[in-house]
Design a protein around this ligand. Structure first.
Ligand code: GDP
Ligand code: IMO
Ligand code: MG
Length: 427
């Protein structure tokens, strides 16, 4: 069992942090492969709650080496403040490894993210404003700044100059903002070099060697399948590939090394930011899910949009990720509903559709076709085995498994590490 991927099967915030932390004690490396500090992963250990943005959730497990892969975009100021915040709470952060090929988020990326959203007005994506899109755009446009550039002042200066040449025109002429001085950016970035230098490594080599030696590597996705720039609800997506393939390109580990792909799946659905969401609820049930589920963004504090479980999306996640397992989270949040609707298909312009439509127009027209399952009222947070769940909760899980196309191997019944029913081992 050398390498496994753990990723979001919906629109993010499925509980990846908790699931990663749960496995952290049994794996040697936990690796972020895409995204940046747009992520907000919550981990609850005993009475302590941690919100991680850029650091892999494995950092909380002693013995596990956390890695930031080449596919991640790194805001150095955020990274350093996250590291010092954890160190202040007694967490050992010394083992962290950062790929020298990861790209940096600089202050001009964050500025551009915010002004371009403002410019889009009603059509905005609702980004986290963390500079993610502009940093990935520069990477693809070959004018990005990489972590390794921090250690060569002359190259750094040339690259910042090249990047700012055109950006300053855009900032000044299009967005009516002040131009950003090259010297100021270079000076700020150089200021991070000393503090980050000790963490930088050839992470591709480290990870492949570890796998060859039989060590266990866990790839932790940020965001989720439907936020993937290729496979998600484009353009209402993030700018990276949270889907399973991203784990390979984002770390330099080949697909033949990955033996398991675990989709984290919330027992209902949430989404933050703009974009289509067929099962979204605008009524009391939506409000109840938000309140009981604590559905407020970890990164931006925005209320999450809430809706019923959507099996069409789950099936799609199974397909595009080659999922071997699901980890179903937040089943406890559904306790207390007499009946629970589940979306089993869509109706699009009068036709029943079982699979996620590839056309944006069709998806915008998709109306959920619901089946209603009987609910349960018993508290399930103490359940340790599947048999301890009330019969209707068991039936709900079994129905979801049948519709979703991969076995549900674990069930979350609360935010804590221990509040988990393990059905099949992941390792
Ligand atoms: P992530 O971005 O996928 O890591 O998820 P978030 O941390 O943004 O949001 C998930 C929230 O649900 C966090 O507050 C978790 O502590 C919490 N959570 C995770 N699993 C469970 C569960 O099984 N039950 C309950 N009640 N909360 C959970
Ligand atoms: P985790 O890892 C939920 C959403 C934003 C916006 C879109 C693009 O905690 O699941 P971006 O800033 O990435 O350019 O924003 O993606 N988004 C997330 N939604 N969970 C996340 O991360 C998200 N990261 C980005 O709300 O709609
Ligand atoms: Mg989150």
């Amino acid at each position: 069992m050398p390498a496994l991927v753990l990723l979001g099967a919906q629109w993010g915030d499925e509980g990846k942090g908790k699931a990663t932390d749960l496995l952290g004690g049994s794996v040697d490396y936990v690796v972020r492969y895409q995204g940046g500090n747009n992520a907000g992963h919550t981990v609850v250990v005993g009475d302590q709650k941690y919100a991680l943005h850029l650091l892999p959730s494995g950092i909380l497990s002693p013995g596990c080496t956390p890695v930031i892969g080449n596919g991640v975009v790194v805001d150095p100021a955020v990274l350093l403040s996250e590291l010092s915040g954890l160190a202040d709470r007694g967490v050992d952060t010394s083992k962290l490894l950062i790929s020298g090929n990861a790209h940096l988020i600089t202050p001009y990326h964050t500025t551009l993210d915010k002004v371009s959203e403002r410019f889009l007005g009603k059509r905005k994506i609702g980004t986290t404003g963390r500079g993610i899109g502009p940093a990935y755009a520069d990477k693809i446009n070959r004018v990005g700044i990489r972590v390794q550039d921090l250690f060569d002042e002359s190259i750094l200066r040339q690259k910042v100059e090249a990047a700012l040449d055109s950006k300053n025109q855009v900032l000044a002429k299009l967005y009516n903002r002040r131009a950003i001085a090259v010297d100021q950016v270079v000076e700020e970035l150089l200021g991070y070099a000393d503090r980050l230098g000790g963490y930088v490594a050839d992470t591709t080599l480290v990870l492949n060697n570890a796998i060859d030696q039989g060590q266990v590597v866990l790839f932790e996705g940020g965001q989720g399948t439907l936020l993937d720039v290729d496979h998600g609800t484009y353009p209402f997506v993030t700018s990276s590939n949270p889907t399973a393939g991203g784990a390979c390109t984002g770390t330099g580990v080949g697909p033949t090394k990955i033996s398991r792909v675990i989709g984290i799946l919330k027992a209902y659905t949430t989404r933050v930011g703009a974009g289509p969401f067929p099962t979204e609820l605008h009524d009391e049930d939506g409000e109840k899910l938000r309140t009981i589920g604590g559905e407020r963004g970890v990164t931006t504090g925005r209320d999450r949009r809430c809706g019923w479980f959507d099996a069409v999306i789950a099936r799609y996640a199974t397909r595009v990720n080659g999922l071997t397992d699901f980890f179903l989270t937040k089943l406890d949040v559904l306790t207390g509903w007499e009946r629970i609707p589940v979306c089993v298909a869509y109706e699009i312009d009068g036709k029943r559709v079982e699979e996620l439509p590839y056309s944006q127009t069709d998806f915008h027209h998709a109306k959920p076709v619901y089946e209603t399952l009987p609910g349960w009222s018993e508290d399930i947070t103490q359940a340790k085995t599947f048999d301890e769940l009330p019969k209707n909760a068991q039936k709900y899980v079994q129905a979801l498994e049948e519709m979703s196309g991969a076995p549900i191997s674990a069930i979350g019944v609360g935010p804590g590490r221990d509040e988990t029913i393990q059905i099949n081992s992941f390792l």
